[in-house]
Design a protein around this ligand. Structure first.
Ligand code: DX5
Ligand code: ZN
Length: 215
């Protein structure tokens, strides 16, 4: 089964509650929450207080993607704000094992992400500690970029290594036209921002994603 994670980075923040309700009503299982600090990536998005506000009105799985330099410092905040999964990047400055342990100490799932220039193999030593691998199909930092086909081999390598029951999420540049590409290469969790919240009807976009991606 394919899980869809609409990214609120592309939502209209002046109507954030309505945007979240629309994708939830349409059947999206995850809500992808892109946190950027202007340091690990050039862009700044939002932090735990924004997430805490929408936690009150949504039952979706809150899939937090930390694009920040020192995730360890903020795990407690995002756990308290209602995260269900916290993913951070290989290449950040926090100690990876310590950060994974910290996430686990809150009884929430953890994931590790790799940008397009980092090999999937860098995730492999953490197999027994992580619940999800995130393969970036654009360089983290901005919504609205184009899917990099060069990551397809990495998705395949991750699927082969982690096996059939593991969550492999792909993030960046996925739309209704190319969504079968990450799936065919082994992804089971798809992030989509622009293709959902940039659509005239986010609700219909979610339905199209889910109906047409059922396997
Ligand atoms: C990029 C973010 C993505 C982004 C996806 O740094 O991690 O989650 O919001 O947006 P689209 O679907 O527009 O590429
Ligand atoms: Zn993301």
């Amino acid at each position: 089964m394919i899980l869809l994670a609409p990214s609120i980075l592309s939502a209209d923040f002046s109507r954030l509650g309505e945007e979240v309700s629309a994708v939830e009503a349409a059947g999206a299982q995850y809500l992808h929450i892109d946190v950027m600090d202007g340091h690990f990536v050039p862009n700044i998005s939002f932090g735990a207080p924004v997430m805490k506000s929408i936690r009150k009105m949504s039952q979706m799985v809150f899939d937090v993607h930390l694009m920040i330099s020192d995730p360890l410092r903020y795990i407690d905040d995002f756990a308290a704000a209602g995260a269900d999964i916290i993913t951070f990047h290989i290449g950040c400055s926090s100690d990876i094992d310590e950060t994974l342990d910290k996430i686990k100490s809150h009884n929430i799932k953890c994931g590790l992400a790799v940008n397009p220039d980092i090999p999937a193999e860098r995730l492999f030593p953490y197999r027994d500690k992580i619940d999800m691998a995130l393969i970036m199909s654009v360089f983290a930092g901005f919504g609205g970029q184009s899917y990099i086909d060069g990551v397809n081999a990495k998705i395949q390598a991750a699927r082969t290594f982690f096996g059939p029951d593991f969550d492999i999420e792909v993030d960046g540049g996925i739309n209704l036209t190319n969504k079968t590409v990450p799936i065919a290469n082994g992804a089971n969790v798809l992030v989509a921002g622009t293709a959902i919240f940039g659509a005239q009807s986010p609700k219909e976009a979610v339905c199209s994603f889910l109906n047409e991606t059922e396997i």
